[in-house]
Design a protein around this ligand. Structure first.
Ligand code: 5GP
Ligand code: MN
Length: 340
């Protein structure tokens, strides 16, 4: 993989480009893709954002979101665009399998693949150009660095700013996590200088749910959360019945895994959701418990040191039991007291 700055001399020639991200894109995935989109179109490139799956309704406000192609819904259209593309930007993921049904096409087409990502263990040989930096707060911060590094700060308009701010804000837990570095705050200062209304972005994302989602959270915290104090761990398991009863849609469960971490002493929080095709896991930790390794070892997943995900094709009960066994195996690390 050649460093991303080697792409700058090529940006002057208009290309057909596709930008994609991981399945069920969150605000960082969608924000980085659309932020890059609004930048590249100003340079004259023909750009399409293709999402492997659908996305949360609280992302619909993002400028350009209405033009994003949903691969699952519009497969033929997406395949036609992909077949003509010269460049494929892969944002906020680093192994093609995270694009689900799209992965086979991305694997075989002869376009130049470009990586911008902050997750661990990238599949480097798949990418011609790129940057992988696990110290970065978000892919949105990396897209910002890419634009600024090329001397294109003047192209950061309101659309770019709103998209990029959304991902930095959400991936840093509203500027709370250690990754919210001085560089992140400088970036925000720059975006503010370009006219960004950050309150609008916060409200669009956090104050834009339907009533049923809040009732669902109440139900889940009351009835579906188990706390294992001897392991400093809490687990939430959500059945299909719960999802149906509260009409839960993509994105409604975002952030739920963070609630148990607000209990004093809890350093590992796990959430499993019984989706149609698989049981989807989310893991969050505080301090030095490495959920990236945990997710890789036990749940075919990965991610970051303190935030990761995984999956299982076992039943909900069986995968919960597998988690409890895994938690017990990690008792020594979970009980260590020297975490911040
Ligand atoms: P979430 O729990 O919010 O779905 O994911 C937490 C972090 O782990 C995100 O950065 C996400 O991209 C990553 N992640 C989630 N699921 C998986 C997975 O199955 N494999 C890998 N490699 N990363 C994942
Ligand atoms: Mn991210």
């Amino acid at each position: 993989m050649q460093p991303i700055h080697e792409l700058y001399p090529l940006l002057g020639t208009p290309r057909k480009a596709v930008i994609t991200m991981h399945q069920k894109p969150d605000a960082d995935a969608m924000g980085s893709a659309l932020g890059l989109y609004h930048f590249l179109v100003q340079l004259g490139h023909e750009v399409t954002v293709i999402s492997p799956t659908n996305w949360a309704r609280w992302l619909y406000w993002m400028p350009g979101c209405d033009k994003v192609v949903d691969y699952e819904l519009q497969r033929e259209k997406a395949e036609t665009i992909l077949a003509k593309a010269e460049w494929l930007f892969c944002l906020d993921f680093n192994v093609l399998a995270r694009t689900k049904q799209m992965a086979a096409t991305l694997e075989k087409l002869p376009f130049t693949r470009i990586l911008i990502d902050h997750h661990q263990q990238p599949d480097m040989p798949k990418f011609t150009f790129g940057i992988s930096d696990t110290s970065k707060s978000s892919t949105c911060e990396m897209v910002y660095d890419f634009i600024i590094g090329g001397g294109f700060g003047n192209l950061i308009n309101l659309e770019v700013s709103e998209c990029l701010y959304a991902g930095v804000m959400t991936d840093t837990g509203s500027f709370r996590f250690p990754a919210a570095s001085a560089a992140v705050h400088n970036m925000v200062a720059f975006l503010k200088g370009r006219g960004l209304d950050h309150t609008r972005v916060h409200e669009n994302i956090y104050d834009n749910y339907l009533e049923n989602r809040l009732r669902f959270i109440g139900h889940v915290l009351l009835h579906r959360m188990e706390v294992f104090y001897e392991y400093n761990t809490a687990l939430i398991a959500i059945s299909k019945k719960d999802l149906l009863r509260y009409e839960i849609k993509t994105g409604d469960t975002e952030g739920l895994v963070n609630y148990p971490l607000s209990i004093q002493g809890i350093r590992l929080a796990a959430l499993v959701i019984d989706r149609d095709e698989e049981r989807k896991w989310s893991f969050r930790s505080k301090g030095d418990f490495d959920v990236n390794t945990f997710a890789r070892n036990y749940f075919e997943g990965g991610g970051h040191f303190n935030a990761a995900g995984g999956r299982s094709s076992a039943s909900l009960d069986d995968t919960v039991q597998h988690f409890i066994d895994a938690m017990k195996e990690n008792q020594a690390q979970l009980q260590e007291e020297n975490y911040n």
